[in-house]
Design a protein around this ligand. Structure first.
Ligand SMILES: [Zn+2]
Length: 219
């Protein structure tokens, strides 16, 4: 079992010194959920740090620049990143996504907001999960519109967006995206199979969490 090591960091924004669990390379177990949800979210626990004083969230809070510092000091950022009703593990991903969005990096923001969605659901934060999902959908669409990707196959990216729509009971949007993807994209056999299962769930107005294993068993 890996041991967690702690490292001392000085916050770039407020200069406070704190000790944080060392992150390291973010490597997930294979996806189990239709939205790419891995079986184990532990790698996310320490991949982003948040300063307890100014709420600056980053993979490395000792690094930053003046633009990031001004985003962190902004009222809107403080209201979100310092919102104590949201679990800190979730909040730091929302905060990093907000920074990435503000500096024009919507693909990194999209990926990060998807992580926030998974963590929020794991911690049973119903209202925050819904907000994270909707924000993730917007950022994922923005990333794809800009010609970017959030590190999945294109089929799996579109499947993840359709799955988030479905979980939010936005069945019309989910169905339109599934049909469009199946009609217009060249997909791997695996991705096409999962999109067809997703389509079936959408048509049944099923908004429950669904797994790849379940698709293989039931479809
Ligand atoms: Zn700080």
């Amino acid at each position: 079992m890996a041991t967690l090591t702690f490292i001392e960091k000085k916050c770039y924004v407020c200069n406070a010194v704190g000790r944080f669990g060392e992150g390291g390379f973010l490597m997930f177990s294979p996806p189990v959920g239709l939205d790419g949800h891995p079986s184990n979210l532990t790698p996310l626990f320490t991949a982003i740090h948040i300063c307890p004083h100014c709420f600056y969230a980053s993979p490395d809070i000792s690094e930053g620049n003046e633009i990031i510092a001004s985003i962190v000091k902004d009222e809107r950022y403080q209201a979100i990143a310092g919102n104590g009703t949201i679990h800190e593990l979730v909040r730091k991903y929302i905060a990093w996504a907000l920074i990435q969005n503000r500096i024009g990096n919507d693909c990194e923001a999209a990926r990060t907001m998807l992580y926030a969605t998974w963590l929020s659901e794991q911690y049973g934060q119903v209202s925050a999960t819904s907000q994270c999902r909707r924000r993730a959908i917007t950022l994922m669409n923005s990333c794809l519109t800009q010609g970017g990707n959030f590190e999945m196959t294109r089929g799996k990216e579109l499947l993840a967006i359709a799955d988030l729509y479905r979980r939010e009971q936005m069945f019309d949007e989910a169905l339109a995206l599934c049909e469009d993807t199946l009609a217009k994209h060249t997909l791997s056999e695996d991705d096409e199979f999962l999109l067809r299962y997703e389509e079936k769930l959408i048509r049944n107005h099923n908004s429950l969490y669904a797994t790849i294993a379940e698709a293989e068993k039931n479809f």
